[in-house]
Design a protein around this ligand. Sequence first.
Ligand code: ZN
Length: 436
Amino acid sequence: MRRAAQFLCFALALAAFADPLPRLYRVEHYDVRIALDPAAGRLTGDAVIRFESVTENLVSLELDAGELTVQSVEEAGKPDYFERQGERLIVVLNAPANPGEPRALAIRYSAAGSKGVEITAAGASAGYFTSHWMPVNDRIENPAALALTIAAPLAWKTAASGELVSERVEASHAVSEWSVDGPPRPPFLYAFASGPFEERKAIVKPTGAPPVTLRILGGVDVLVQTKAALEFFAASTGRAYPRDCYTQVFASGQTGQEAVGLTLLPESYAKNLAAKPQDLWLLAHELAHQWFGIGIPVRSWSDFWLSEGLATYLADTFLERQYGPQRYQTEIARSQSIYQDLKSKGKDRPLSFHDWTTPDQAGGSLPYHKGAAFLALLRTALGDTLFWNNLKAYTRDNWGNRVTSEDFQKSMEKGLLKKAKQREVSKLFDVWVFGQ
Ligand SMILES: [Zn+2]
């Protein structure tokens, strides 16, 4: 009864606020086990969520749970009261949580095909909308570590965010364990794909850097093109690809989506590439996120353009390197045209924008194309040498940090000796990034 009364107060408090409430806890680690059932079009999951309260006497907490069917929530073997509020899961704790006290919720659930999640006989994949395949605090401000175990049909090949820890056969399933450790990552960068894919692999040895295994599941053979993009981004940013493996999966029903050490690409893109091998923009954009978005994540959705604009622009410059300046001009003109179109529809806003909270609200193409149009202007203003030197400085100084637009401006304004040029570049940031 007492739990129900507490929950009622919490629900009333929720209703009083239009904006999402702050979450007064931090998830440190997710340990998630999922079993894929393609015949039923579902997965079943067990998640252990280690968290810590950031306030005294936290009695309940809110998680994102998409359209998951939640069977049970327990703590230390005792059931917790839980309730759905739309796509959120509200859990009333058996005992209040306090700072400095590690706690863990065990949640049993299942998920069907939903936003960003495909589970069919042709394969299973999920990315970006993480709350639709595991319960999660999907706020970008709460990056966390992930251990993910996937049980898939025996003949399927699997890839997931992070490093492959182990593989085994268990109860007629291919079971693989993956780990996203090192710096914690925001949950929208967790993803997986599994299916009856053809697998291609190559080991590349970039100059002066450890070897990298390139892996492609499904689709077409783009090993050579991926190697060229990987080497170009390493040279442009001054930072070698940071992991020992990079996997691209051509999965059905997906738009391009970056994850830690993994990219999901749509099957339709494989058909494009087979017909037009120079159509490498999406491949390059998603790979560039291993530097901008993953190697250097943004602090909040406000500066999401630092991931999407930089990945777009780096892809444009890779195409410039591969196919010449005309191709670069075509890509920049495309971004400018998309941006002008958004502007004419009244959708313009500064690149650094503070009204986003969730992955849903961060959608749209403005951060990509206004971002790339701005970076093209910035490169012209700085000149090639200074632009690329400063981009290397930005990469070096911010690697592993969660950045803001101010961090980027600080790096890109280095080495400007003339006052007039300083004013010109500063004005570009004021107008395009900060909307002043
Ligand atoms: Zn992107």
